[in-house]
Every structure is written in C-alpha cells, then in structure tokens.
Design a binder for this molecule. Structure first.
Ligand SMILES: *Cc1c(COP(=O)(O)O)cnc(C)c1O
Length: 378
C-alpha cells in the first residue's frame, strides 16, 4: 500500500486513555486536548497552535475566521494551486470564494510565485499555496509578494508537519498555516488537524468557530460549527508525538533507499530538498517522462499493481479538472501542473517498509524500462 497508518504500542495508548475513565471527560477541549495543543506549540516553536477535528476543518475555519474578521473580502479571489488534495480547493469554494489556479514549479511541484504574481488582480484577497509532499514553498518570494501587494498568504501545510526551513518550523511562515493529523499522514491523531498562527484575533475567532461560537452558557458570538478534537484523538496524538523522531527516522531510511536506487534512471525524476530543509519524509513521488523512459506512468502503475504494489497517482486529476469544478470558468495557468499531474506516481512509504520490499519495487520499475527498450529494439 502507498501508506500504512502509524500506531504506537497499544499499552501506551491504553495508559493515556486511562485518564479519561478517571475524569469522565471525553471531549470539549478537555485536559488531553489542552496538553496536546501545548506540546504541539512547544515542539513547533510557534506562537499559537489550536487543534481541530481534522485538517480540512482547520483550513475551512481559518479562511472563515479571516472573512469574519474582515481580513479578506466576501467573494474575493484566492490564488492557489490545482496540484493538491481536494480539501484545499473545497475550503476556498465552501467559503464562497473564487479559486484562481496558478501554475506550479516543475522542480518541487509547489506553487510558482511568478505565476501567482501574474494572476493578481484587484479582486485578489488571499494567496493559498500548499507545501505539497512536505516540500516547502518558496516562502521568501511569497512573503515579498504579500508585503508588496498587501495580500495575506496562508499555507496548506497538511503534508508538512515537522518540516523545518532555515532552522524554523514551516508553520512560522505566512499569516497562518494548517496541518493535518489524518491517519494517512506521517504524524497522526487518527483524525485531527491544527491551525498555527501568530495573530491572536484569528485564533480567537477560529477557536470560537470550532465549538458553535459558544463562549459560555449564555454567550454565543458567531455562527460556528463543530470541529472539536475528542480526548481519544488527542490521546493518540500525544502518544504519537513521543514517537515522532522514530517515525521520521524510519521514513527517512525508506526514502533514501528509493533515491539511491532510482537516481540516474533516465526518464525518472524526483525532488530532493536542499540543505535549508529538514524534511519530514512524508511522500516519495516520482515523475515518469514516457518519451525517455519508454512507458508512461499508467503502465508502470499497472505493472506494479499486478505485483500487489499499490501506488497512487497523487495528485491526478488536478482539482480544477474535478467534475464539480471543470465547468466553472475559473481562471487558470496550469501547463506545468498538467504535465506533472499526468506523469507523477507516489510510491509506498511507511516506517517498516523493508529494504527488500523497496528494492523489489525499484526492480519492477526499472524492469518496465528494460521491457520498453526491448520492444523498441524489436
Ligand atoms: C489531507 C489533506 C488535507 C485535509 O486534511 P484532513 O485531516 O484529511 O481533513 C488538506 N490538504 C491537503 C493537501 C491534504 O493532503
């Protein structure tokens, strides 16, 4: 499988949830929830960190809080990437805002600041890049654009928990960021997510919004929703935080083996972040150029699947090509995003994937190329 959820030793989880039977507090920002937020804040070195039921709610409510605090205008355009998970685009549209799809960079697949700048109009209210696969966006360029045009930048960091850039957690860049702690992400609380930010007003509003806008029993200040993280989820998050270094180490070994085996294979390219980046080893995507490699991504995926290796065409289709969006006349500049999306495949990564299994996967991929070459020669 492309991923396998990390589970801590069961005894550790049982010990953590023991407390719940003592306090009888199951949810509503109980003691485990509070401890989880505190440990995250310390670990990430951010000013504030609020936990949510999942990453999507964190993103949707972050945008909604910015609307309610009039930091962005009702119905404004949001410049974003189409090369992402559905959640990013949905969070924009579900807030009544209009996505504008800028192009990505071909080397690391993140949103291209140059394309973003070309998309800016007087309707632009927000820029929403994604640290896709945990590869940091060009935060300096976005900072500069944000200051020059007075447009806030928030990051979808769903893939980027624990990533550091220039000795600073990636959550410290931009106006605010979100993380996802979904079971399939490298760090999980089963379901869960967080907003990290430095503007207390935004955080205050988002905090209200996740509990129906209720401040106390007779004071309701906003049309909120329910996006609270339960004590059981917080307990899992706390357990997994204790294992984060070990999780990362395991994934690092897997990805380094892939890089070693696939480096120099003509027709296959992949991104290796530079020395300013401390990676979280979230994913291992490769781009297959069929003209050089001999066969295309779909053939390689199928051959792997026939051998019981389940890879993902992550991210294909582009979100702007989803059935629910393709008929809208959203503005777009997506040539490179299309190129990458049609050629990318994400290989299995989880801590206990053995070297033998990785080598098998690489052997199958390389054999696809040999087979293709043979067919050309014949
Ligand atoms: C997973 C993901 C989300 C949503 O997170 P959930 O915790 O699953 O709600 C948002 N954006 C991206 C890019 C993701 O991959």
């Amino acid at each position: 499988m492309v991923t396998k959820a990390y589970l801590p030793p069961m005894e550790e989880y049982v010990e953590k949830i023991n407390e719940i039977w003592k306090t009888n507090c199951l949810t509503n920002m109980g003691p485990l929830h509070q401890r989880f937020e505190k440990e995250l804040t310390n670990m990430l070195g951010v000013q504030y960190c609020l936990a949510f039921s999942n990453g999507h709610q964190a993103l949707e409510l972050l945008i909604q809080s910015m609307l309610q605090n009039k930091i962005i205008k009702v119905g404004c355009e949001v410049i974003t990437t189409p090369f992402t998970f559905a959640s990013t685009t949905h969070a924009i549209v579900r807030n009544g805002l209009v996505p504008v799809f800028a192009d990505i960079k071909e080397d690391d697949y993140t949103l291209d600041p140059k394309s973003v700048e070309q998309c800016i109009t007087d309707k632009t209210g927000l820029i929403l890049p994604v640290h896709v696969y945990g590869y940091p966006c060009d935060t300096e360029a976005f900072q500069e654009i944000s200051a020059r045009y007075q447009i806030p930048v928030i990051y979808d960091g769903a893939h980027a928990f624990g990533v550091r850039y220039k000795n600073n957690d990636i959550g410290n860049y931009g106006f605010a960021s979100i993380f996802s702690f979904h079971a399939t992400k490298p760090f999980n609380s089963i379901e869960g997510g967080a907003i990290v930010f430095s503007d207390p007003q935004i955080g205050f509003r988002a905090y209200q919004m996740k509990n129906f806008g209720i401040l106390d029993s007779d004071l309701v200040v906003a049309p909120g929703t329910n996006a609270k993280l339960s004590e059981f989820h917080a307990a899992m998050g706390l357990c997994n935080l204790d294992h984060w270094d070990e999780i990362k180490r395991g994934r690092k070994q897997v990805i380094e083996r892939y890089r070693h085996r696939l480096e120099g294979v003509e027709g296959i390219s992949f991104h290796v972040p530079n020395g300013d980046v401390e990676e979280n080893y979230a994913y291992f995507p490769i781009v297959i150029n069929e003209k050089v490699f001999g066969v295309n991504r779909d053939v390689v995926s199928q051959v792997l699947q026939d051998k019981n290796v389940f890879v993902r065409k992550y991210f294909y289709p582009l979100t702007c090509d989803f059935q629910c969006y393709r008929k809208q006349d959203y503005k777009k500049d997506i040539e490179r995003a299309k190129y990458v999306s049609n050629r990318i495949v994400t290989l299995p990564v989880y801590a206990d994937l053995s070297q033998k299994e990785i080598d098998f996967i690489c052997d199958v991929i390389i054999a696809c190329k040999r087979q293709a070459l043979r067919e050309v020669v014949l």
